[in-house]
Design a protein. Sequence first.
Length: 167
Amino acid sequence: MKKNYLTKEWYEQLIAELNELKKVKLPSILERLGEAKAMGDLSENFEYKSALEDKDFTNSRISEIETLIDDVEIIKEEKKSKSDKEVDYGSKVTIQMEDDDIYNVTIVGTWETTMDFDKTFKTTKDSIKISLESPIWLAIKWKKAWDTVKMRLNNERKEIRILDVKN
């Protein structure tokens, strides 16, 4: 089974969401379902169908979160000394692409990414969350500030310079 890497913050958000779904939302939906059943004819009962869809969606999300946190590894946000500031899980990295565009990226678990990698780099220079499976992570992992690496992006070979690493 593949490990799911998450930051502590994201893991805690998932646990909070799971508790909310199990203790608040699902009981509320089950109550709605019971009330809708009591109305009679289920074949044309919109409230019943709506509550049933909500129940299925909520159960699906509960299952998804439980599967995700079942085999989780928390990304440690250890502080490193200045002499060994390497790009690592949880690092905040400033990179410069060969076209001189500068981006701030944070290395996070797959489930925490900002949005689609290629689209993100075309639309923003704000802090972008990239996953441990992204092409940039594979190119810059364990590198240090001022290292230059090459990678493939959109079928082109790109050069990236690491300007700063904060762990």
